[in-house]
Design a protein around this ligand. Sequence first.
Ligand code: ZN
Ligand code: ZN
Ligand code: ZN
Length: 380
Amino acid sequence: MSSPAATGAEISRTHRIETVRQQMAARGVDALLLSHGADLPWLTGYRAMPLERLTVLVLPREGEAILVVPRLEAPRVPVGSGAFSLRPWSETEDPITLAVDALGGRQATIGISDRAWATSLLAFQKRLPGAAWVAASSVTSALRAVKDAAEISQLRAAGAAADRVAEQLQSGEIALVGRTEAEVSEEISARLLAEGHRRVNFAIVGSGPNGASPHHEAGSRQIGRGEVVVCDFGGEYDNGDDVGYCSDITRTVVTGEPAAEVSEAYAVLLAAQQAAVGSVRPGVPAEQIDAVARAVIDDAGLGEYFIHRTGHGIGIEEHEDPYLVAGNRTLLAPGHAFSVEPGLYFPGRFGMRLEDIVVVGTDGPDPLNTIDHSLVVVDA
Ligand code: ZN
Ligand code: ZN
Ligand code: ZN
């Protein structure tokens, strides 16, 4: 039986598996057990449903990789690359036994998915009492953080779709005044889907004092005139493949001419965000992008109102390495993709945040969100 010609995506997945194996060798990891989380789809094109039934890719440093998968899920697994084989298990089989068999004795040091169920890890530990366990991310996350050209184009398409929704917000197409945050959030979500996302991960709408809570859940508060409204939204873009990449954007708008203190704070925020984006280039430590944003805000005397890190990596997961935070000395490299999203939060009054996704280009930043960065007055 001849297998169909390998697609570009399959070739890059096969290449990723090779790279992961090199990293396993370098780190002394004998096998990976990849269950829930983004490592599995990154390497196989298959995203396991978060069922209690065990799905696990047994990936030894050498030898055959085997995906142990519930029989009823097996038809959804894209095969063809030959990079791994399938071992579907029926309801009366014990998948832990199948996975342990697939390890074939390579069990001194095992990396397991960070997001595997604790029950799976406990069952494996019982069966493999001599094994040392590490987080699979110690092998995969630095590799996954550097996006290849195909991944960057997926992120770019996701970013462009999010930009289109942000433009609809800034142009007043999405009515704000007199509606509840929840209504606006629903409309933003619908528009993300209409612009090509397959799933909305969040659509934060924080109006007035609610904007001072960075991850405010859009609720029943009615948006009034002359208010600051923080809108932070994103989802998984539908690229026709099983594994999509995420968007994430924040724009802050005002429903009427802003008070002087609002425009003054926003000028600081904008300067901080632009300086941070402008400082992105290969060889710079991740923490330095955070420091650049923070310095602008500190110099304006607003440091106490910037209460979170400057950004997070993005890819198959909405939040992944590298994180732009003090203490992260990871050197930025071409292909790293992350948010740059300083914010200012004045408790009980208002908040503001400005967020773009930025890819590290060969000699500078490659921003994926380019829609208007100013504090747009939305008269709607
Ligand atoms: Zn956030
Ligand atoms: Zn966001
Ligand atoms: Zn974000």
